[in-house]
Design a protein around this ligand. Structure first.
Ligand SMILES: [Mg+2]
Length: 363
């Protein structure tokens, strides 16, 4: 038995360090809400969520900070009890939105502490199915890039060992324009490299079916977020009418959103975001719902956490590699033959760079 002695939450503004930097690309920031949970036995668990804009990050961190104080004195291994206490306290503004996001870094920190306390890497503690997961490159292949830069980015990522690339599309006036971008990436990447497309909810149903058919002909392997995640009937219609898998889920909160999406047969591939889902505890339950329906699962960004979750379960498919948290860690994830290796250290198996945390702290 080891009780929680202290919970603290910080806000960090961190630089975005792209592996491939396109000409004219502005240097940007990300924001981290970083939670630390200390226990009587001297373990410190860490958890974090990442935002690509600074708005509302401080109130989010303040919500995490306040919820975290409810955990002091609780048994550190009793993660379900901790969650229920936080969910009840915030029930009047929940269950989704900021409440789910605010619980996430705390839930992740509790699991990191559990892994450290039991001296096991999280992927093994959570299920232990494999120790690596096939990755796809997802950075710097934006819809706004000129074709020559898109081609160079695709070539760069293939040279790093990736066999799967994801393009953001959805802003060309005609399907032929979207297809052309896919062809440019395919030609640059070479034989045997799979191309996925994320339309970031840019189309209505009519546009989505026309673009989906054209992109299907072009040989993409999945179509992500063709229409709004709230349009379950539209997603379901696309899933029925296209022969390529529809991937969605990164915008959904908690089990309920996924349950409804699965019931509507609106997705072929579930993308579960560990921040919006409310942390590791609900993420694993959503993955089990997907398993019951034969739906493969991917994570959404945050590869340091998702590499463990996707290695823990049998129905995982691919991991998205977007290493936005590298500036605050001493440790680096390893890519081998296009697969991301699960760290073998206890918990998340990552080590904070305290000097960097100090440097980037803004709250
Ligand atoms: Mg996406």
């Amino acid at each position: 038995m080891s009780k929680i002695t202290k919970v603290s939450v910080e806000v960090l503004e961190t630089p975005v360090r792209l592996r491939y930097v396109a000409a004219g690309h502005a240097v940007e920031s990300n924001w981290h809400v970083l939670a630390r949970i200390d226990t009587e036995e001297g373990v410190q668990g860490i958890g974090f969520v990442v935002a690509n804009r600074g708005s509302l990050v401080k109130p989010l961190a303040q919500t995490s900070q306040e919820l975290g104080q409810l955990l002091v004195g609780m048994e550190a291994l009793d993660i379900e009890a901790a969650r229920v206490r936080m969910e009840r306290a915030g029930g009047w503004v929940g269950p989704g939105g900021m409440l789910a996001m605010a619980i996430s870094p705390l839930d992740i920190a509790l699991w990191d502490a559990k892994g450290k306390s039991l001296c096991q890497p999280l992927y093994r503690l959570l299920g232990g199915y494999r120790d690596r997961i096939r990755a796809y490159a997802s950075d710097a292949m934006w819809y706004s890039m000129p074709m020559d830069q898109l081609a160079r980015s695709a070539q760069y990522h293939v040279s790093q060992g990736y066999r799967r690339l994801k393009l953001r599309l959805g802003h060309e006036p005609k399907p032929a324009g979207e297809v052309e971008r896919v062809k440019v990436a395919q030609d640059a990447a070479g034989e045997g490299v799979e191309i996925m497309v994320d339309a970031t909810e840019s189309w209505n149903e009519v546009q989505a079916i026309a673009n989906g058919r054209a992109l299907q002909e072009a040989g993409i392997v999945w179509l992500e977020d063709p229409v709004s995640h709230q349009n379950l009937a539209g997603l379901a219609q696309l899933a029925r009418n296209l022969d390529i898998p529809i991937a969605a889920g990164e915008h959904l909160y908690g089990l309920d959103g996924f349950q409804k999406t699965f019931e509507a047969r609106a997705v072929d591939i579930a993308i579960i975001d560990v921040a919006r889902s409310g942390g590791i505890t609900p993420w694993m339950k959503i993955a089990a719902l997907a398993q019951a329906r034969g739906v493969p699962v991917c994570g959404h960004v945050v590869p340091e956490v998702h590499v463990h979750l996707l290695s823990a379960i049998p129905n995982s498919y691919l991991i998205e590699f977007m290493p936005r948290s590298e500036p605050i860690f001493k440790t680096r994830l390893k890519l081998e033959n296009g697969e991301l290796l699960a760290p073998q250290g206890p918990g998340l198996g990552v080590e904070l760079d305290e000097a960097a945390v100090e440097q980037y702290r803004v709250g």
